[in-house]
Each structure stands twice: as C-alpha cells, then as structure tokens.
Design a protein around this ligand. Sequence first.
Ligand code: SAM
Length: 278
Amino acid sequence: MAAWQRSLVGRLGLTKPARSVLHRLRSVEHATQSARFFALGYRYGRQFPALSLPIPEAARDTAGPLEAYFDAHTEGLGIWKWRHYFDIYERHLERFRGKPVNIVEIGVLGGGSLQMWQDYFGPETHVYGIDINPESTALQRDGVEIFIGDQGDPSFWERFLENSPTIDIVIDDGGHTARQQAVTMESLLAHVRPGGVYICEDIHGPFQPFHSFVDGFTRPLSDIGLPRDHNPASPLQQQVASVHRYPILTVIEKSASCTSSFQAPRHGTVWPARRPRR
Ligand SMILES: C[S@@+](CC[C@H](N)C(=O)[O-])C[C@H]1O[C@@H](n2cnc3c(N)ncnc32)[C@H](O)[C@@H]1O
C-alpha cells in the first residue's frame, strides 16, 4: 500500500475487507502501469531507422576459444548452438576454466556440446547431460553422465538432485517451452552454488512468457533500499548478483557469498546512515 493509502486506512479505520479491496486496486494499478511502460519501451525500440555509424576497431568481434573450437569441429558429435552464444559463454564462464567444475546441460542431442565443455573447462570438468531421449545414454563416458527425464517434471529434478553434487553452471538448452524453462529454473537455481551461473537458451519471441517469469522472480530486488519493504526479496532472490538479457538468452549470476550482498547501506557503511522515513 502507498503511504497515502496507509494514512487513509488509518484515518478511516477501514475494516479488513475494505483494506483488501484497496490492496487489490493497488495491484491492478501496478499491473496496468507495467503493461503501459512495456508498450512504451516496445514502441520506442521500433521507431528508429537502421544506424549507419562506423564500427570502431576495438568493437569488432574476434572469435574466442569456444567459437574457434566450434568452427574447427567439422566432424564427430554434433553441436547445435547459435553463434552469438559463444561470446556470452566466454563472458560469464571464462573464470571457471582450469578448475573443478560441475556443469548441467539440459538437451544432449548429438552430444558435441558436452564434449565442448570438457575441452573448454579442462580435465576436472564433470558434465551432467539431461535429455528426454533414452538414446542419449550412449553418449555417456568419462566425465560425462547422462540422465534421462523430462525437464518439465519437478519429480525428475528431485530424483536428479538426490545424487548430484553442488552445481556450478546450468545451461538449459532442452525443449525450450516457457513451462519447461520455468520448472527447470524453479528446481535448480537454489542448488547452484554461490558464484555459479544459470543460463537459459532459446527464449524465442518478445512475448515468450519465460521473460516474465524471470522478471517476476527478480523484481523484488528493486525493493532493496526503500524505507519500507513491501515486497522484500527472499533469501534466494538476494543471492542474485545480476541478470543479463541477451537476444534469446538469459544469464543469472549468483552472488559469490551465501548471503545477500545488498545489506551494506542498511548499516550505513557505504551510504550515509539515514533515519528510515515513517
Ligand atoms: C537444442 S537440442 C540440444 C542441443 C545441444 N545442447 C547442443 O548444443 O548441441 C534439444 C534437446 O532437448 C531434448 N529435449 C526436448 N524436450 C525435452 C524435455 N522435456 N526434457 C529434457 N530434454 C528435452 C531433445 O531431445 C534434444 O536432444
């Protein structure tokens, strides 16, 4: 409830049902405003003609090790990735190279991407490949374990997590429906270790609902720093260090500490201490 509404409720001594109606009206106002600003941003993005500015030399793309691996990989197990993903992987995953790393990739298909991760991260990599297709088990080998199941089924993830160690990286490249993506994130994000990375691929379409799922999940982080927490971020939400939206791909990075990294201003150690407004 807004301050004016709280004060009105206090002054009028409104009953519980009346307060609940006011609360609902506030929710409708939020939803309407969100939809209006979504439409504004959508329209704004579409109104400009193509830019023809020269590209500075420093901004030109050069292939990193993953893209080079992909280009050199012309036979053997198939890899099925969009080209712009390689740059994103390197930006978020480079720091795991040469270390012991547990990576879960949903979607095995030809198995080439599992091999690519082993090559990229090094000999201490353990890849968990998940697929609905039972034939994928044929691709199991040293450092690569295959689990067969439906990523849209929460009970599959419960069984998977019973025997799995801490996860450093998740790459969801499975069935690509919003429901599958949401169930997978609901099941796995809490099990990704501090400092770990969650990637969801192939979120095709501006109105694909998984965008809204990520938005709904991370929105309470915007409540941090307000004098009163109406929608405080949960412990899991507070572990979100950053969310990166790329074309058809979203990355969530978890904070490197177990607890929220957003507490400092409340103790006045970073910002001047302020008395909370009443
Ligand atoms: C895009 S391909 C994976 C490509 C692979 N990651 C690569 O980079 O080469 C998608 C895979 O997801 C699997 N899949 C589809 N629906 C699934 C589901 N509900 N649960 C688990 N895997 C699923 C398919 O069998 C297919 O092998």
